[in-house]
Design a binder for this molecule. Structure first.
Ligand code: GMT
Length: 373
């Protein structure tokens, strides 16, 4: 098949999934055309069958606001026509699903291009609910030829909040468990925790929805009981507030803000426990990647997280904001080697059995074939 994929190219779960999906489909012999405003961050090496098309925004002075949605529409229509695309698969509804719908309409006399929209999270739970976006999100979902959601939670939320009639298929996120795997000989461990400290880790885009300050409060409590370090990976609007909090709590020397990092597998392998105390989380791809590396996860009991993390088996889940309980769970795991080993094995097992790429990619492929037939 010839497939166009549009996603946000920046650091984030939806871009990561869209790019890994494209790479896997290309390896299976499909021709993949990424259409975005920058090279997706995980498209960092040459892969046969992958072509990248850059969307350039017009900067004519009359346009006070960028016309990205329209530039994207034109590029989608152009690529679909001249590269003979069968499908356009867009990740994150706003504005990608709208542009795809317009591109389909532009081309409809010439070819019937099928649109698949994958809903990821904040496109539905946050941004899409803004009153001026709601009808647009509803419209673009209903007009897609197929819609997928990354968790059962997100499917239900979309149906109820947007009164969607269209069938939504749940296709969970996935991980390559051959790449994301435990490595007991991590070369970074000694550097991060030279005195054998336990290492807690969190990765995110540092937006308010991630509650990164809760990560720091949990760590502060753990660190009072167990010599430990905290690694914070990623960047975003809350980073400064988080840095300030570590200074107020007098733990700045124990918390490393590493910013955006590519070598995430190596860093996960230098760590013991993953924290994700989010306000809302449709799936939690970062937690899945940690689990594949054998890290138990402590998370809030929101959104799709309970579908991923079985409580008291591969981690623990607690009420949003219950930092005392999350710290208690962390201490319980980090002071009980037997329990830790069991949880670590369970986490990896769950990643392999339920979310390995070999189980999920065929679900997308089947959906494409069904649509084209
Ligand atoms: O807002 C974000 O957290 C970023 C967003 C994205 O588009 O990268 O993440 C969402 O999609 C991920 C991939 O499907 C999910 O793993 C995240 O849970 C989801 N984030 C939220 O729901 C907050």
């Amino acid at each position: 098949m010839r497939i166009g994929i549009t996603c946000y190219p920046t650091y984030g779960g939806s871009g990561a999934i869209a790019t890994e999906l494209g790479k896997e489909l290309a390896l299976r012999g499909h021709e993949i055309h990424f259409i975005s405003y920058a090279v997706p961050f995980r498209l960092n090496k040459y892969v046969e069958n992958i072509i990248y098309h850059e969307v350039e925004s017009s900067n004519y002075p009359l346009f006070e606001f960028s016309l990205y949605t329209l530039s994207l529409t034109s590029k989608m229509a152009e690529v679909a026509e001249f590269e003979n695309l069968d499908l356009l698969h867009v990740h994150y509804a706003i504005p990608h699903a709208v542009s795809a719908y317009l591109a389909k309409e532009i081309l409809k006399e010439k070819r019937d291009i099928k649109i698949i929209t994958t809903l990821h999270g904040t496109d539905i739970t946050l941004v899409g609910l803004e009153p001026n976006f709601l009808p647009l999100v509803n419209f673009s979902i209903e007009k897609s030829d197929a819609v997928t959601a990354v968790s059962r939670f997100l499917k239900e939320k979309t149906i109820t909040q947007y009164e969607i009639k269209k069938e939504i298929e749940v296709i969970p996120n996935f991980v390559d468990t051959e790449i994301f795997k435990p490595n007991p000989n991590s070369k970074y461990r000694g550097h991060i925790a030279p005195n054998g400290e336990k290492v807690l880790i969190h990765t995110s885009n540092f937006r308010p929805v991630k509650r990164v300050t809760d990560v720091i409060k949990i760590f502060d409590k753990v660190n009072k009981e167990i010599p430990s370090k905290l690694l914070l990976i990623g960047d975003g609007p809350d980073r400064f507030e988080c840095e300030q909090l570590t200074r107020q709590l007098n733990i700045a020397d124990k918390v490393k803000f590493l910013g955006k990092q590519e070598a995430i597998v190596d860093i996960l392998n230098a760590s013991d426990l993953f924290l994700l105390p989010s306000q809302s989380e449709s799936f939690g791809l970062a937690a899945l990647e940690a689990m594949a590396c054998g890290l138990p996860v402590i998370a809030s009991s929101v959104g799709g997280l309970p579908e991923l993390i079985k409580h008291n088996e591969c981690g623990f889940i607690s009420e949003i904001g219950d930092v005392d309980r999350m710290a208690k769970y962390a201490i319980e795991l980090l002071t009980n080697d037997k329990k830790y080993e069991l949880f670590s094995k369970n986490a990896r097992k769950k990643a392999i059995e339920k979310f390995d790429k070999s189980k999920i990619i065929p679900m997308y492929e089947n959906l494409y074939y069904r649509l084209l037939n």
